[in-house]
Design a protein around this ligand. Sequence first.
Ligand code: THU
Length: 133
Amino acid sequence: MLETLFEAAKSAQKRAYAPYSKFKVGAALRTPLGHIYAGCNVENAAYPQGNCAEASAIAAMIMGGEHEIVEILVIGDGDDLVTPCGGCRQRIREFGKGNTAIHIAGPQGLRAHFTLEGLLPHSFGPEHLERQS
Ligand code: THU
């Protein structure tokens, strides 16, 4: 199962459009139906307009008509773990649960495993808005 997610993220990473940072990232997520959606980072000459790989994978999931992330794998190069940026932790939070698994990989394979609660404790999410009277 994780192998499939890894391969999907690795393929996505190869398609990354990162001419400015040269830092290619891929992400792949699995939904409760067992479907996998992948995405890559897409940069822009107006730098802040770039998209992270996680955001692209989430957009693909939404286009597939699904709204729940069971686990997500992010792959990037370099010595440091490529964990989701703050904004992407919140994006995952929108469609995940506290125990949603976040796997981090490098070119050789899996490197670390986290949960959404671990990376974004005491988070704000959709339920907060639902509970308003
Ligand atoms: N990036 C991602 O795609 N995901 C992350 O979680 C970290 C950063 C991208 C954004 C930008 O295109 C490049 O990596 C360098 O920051």
